[in-house]
Write a protein that binds this ligand. Structure first.
Ligand code: PXL
Length: 295
C-alpha cells in the first residue's frame, strides 16, 4: 500500500540565538512555511548571535546533546533530512557525525552548512580546532553549503582572496576538491564575480553528473547576519520537495535576494537580520523566472 509522507521531518542541528534572526529562528519559520516539520537539536543557546553583538550570553550544550539524542534513538524517530549548522564546540562534530550514522536511512538528505565565518574571518566563538573538525563533518554530508570564506577555510586556502582571484578555474577547482572530501553536491555562496562589482554568485557542483551550475544575482552592499542560514534552509526545503539542484539553487538565491531587498531600504540595525517575516509568504509562490546556467 502506498504510504504518503504528508509532512517531511528535518532534524535541525543548530544554535538557538534569542535575538538577531539567525540559525533556528530562521530555520524553523522557513521550513514550516514550506510545509516541513523542524525538530531542533540545539547545539548552544545564545542571547544573540555573535555578529556585531558584544557580551552575548553563550551556553554551550555539548554535554547535554548525547542524552537528548539518546532519547530520540529510544523513540526510533526517523527524519527525511538531517541539517546541521552552527556548532557550539569542536567536540560536537563527533556527536553530529554519530547522529548522522545512527539516523541514516534510505531516501534521506544530509545537509551540512559548515558555519565558520564570513568576509575572510571566522566568527568569534569558532576555534581553530572546530575549523579542522568541520572538515570531517562535511565528509559525512550529501550536500554542503559553505560561503566563500568557509570553503577557503575547509580547503586550507587564504580566506581573504581579492575578488579578482575568483576565476572559473579556481572556483571549479575548489568545488571539486570539496566534493572529493565526500559530499555529492557542493554549493558555495557569496562568490564575487570578477570585474562585475554589482554581481555576486552562487555556484554548485554535482559530482554524479559532473555538472557545474551557477546563479548570479545583484550584489547589495549590505551585510545582514543569518542570510547563510536562510539560504541553506530554503535549499533543504526545496530539495525535500523534489526540486532539481539548479531550481533549488535559484529559489534559494531569489528568496535571500527578496529578503535583503525588503530590508535594505529600511533604516534599522543590520545586526537584527533581514525582515524575514515580511517575505516568508513568498516561499509559497511558484518559481516563475529562473536564471540558473551551466558554467
Ligand atoms: O548565521 C550563522 C550564525 C549562526 N549562529 C550564531 C552566529 C552566526 C553568525 O554570526 O553567531 C551564534
Amino acid at each position: 500500500m502506498y504510504k504518503p509522507n504528508p509532512v517531511p521531518k528535518v532534524a535541525a542541528i543548530h544554535d538557538l540565538s534569542g535575538f538577531g534572526r539567525s540559525s533556528l529562528t530562521t530555520v524553523i519559520p522557513i521550513l514550516s512555511t514550506m510545509g516541513i516539520q523542524t525538530c531542533p537539536v540545539p547545539t548552544a543557546i545564545l542571547s544573540t548571535h555573535t555578529s556585531e553583538f558584544k557580551k552575548y550570553h553563550f551556553i554551550d550544550l555539548t554535554d547535554e546533546l548525547t542524552a537528548y539524542i539518546e532519547h530520540w534513538k529510544s523513540l526510533s524517530l526517523e527524519f527525511d533530512a538531517i541539517y546541521s549548522g552552527f556548532l557550539g564546540s569542536a567536540r560536537q562534530v563527533g556527536i553530529v557525525k554519530k547522529f548522522i550514522n545512527d539516523f541514516r536511512k534510505e531516501n534521506q538528505i544530509v545537509v551540512v552548512d559548515p558555519v565558520l565565518g564570513d568576509d575572510g574571518t571566522t566568527y568569534e566563538t569558532i576555534t581553530a580546532d572546530l575549523v579542522e573538525q568541520m572538515g570531517h563533518l562535511v565528509s559525512a554530508a550529501d550536500v554542503i553549503t559553505p560561503n566563500a570564506t568557509e570553503a577557503a577555510l575547509l580547503l586550507g586556502e587564504p580566506a581573504d582572496l581579492p575578488d579578482e582571484e575568483f576565476s572559473t578555474v579556481l572556483i571549479k577547482d575548489w568545488l571539486k576538491r570539496l566534493a572529493a572530501l565526500g559530499p555529492e553536491v557542493v554549493i558555495i555562496t557569496s562568490i564575487p564575480v570578477p570585474d562585475q562589482p554589482k554581481l555576486s554568485s552562487v555556484v554548485a557542483y554535482d559530482r554524479q553528473s559532473g555538472r557545474f551550475w551557477q546563479v548570479q544575482c545583484t550584489y547589495i552592499p549590505a551585510y545582514f547576519p543569518g542570510t547563510g542560514d536562510i539560504f541553506t534552509s530554503v535549499m533543504t526545503g526545496s530539495l525535500l520537495h523534489g526540486n532539481s539542484l539548479p531550481i533549488a539553487l535559484d529559489r534559494s538565491v531569489q528568496f535571500v535576494t527578496q529578503a535583503i531587498r525588503a530590508s535594505f531600504g529600511h533604516d534599522y540595525p543590520r545586526r537584527e537580520g533581514v525582515l524575514l517575516e515580511s517575505v516568508l509568504d513568498n516561499l509559497r509562490a511558484p518559481i516563475i523566472n529562473t536564471s540558473y546556467e551551466l558554467f
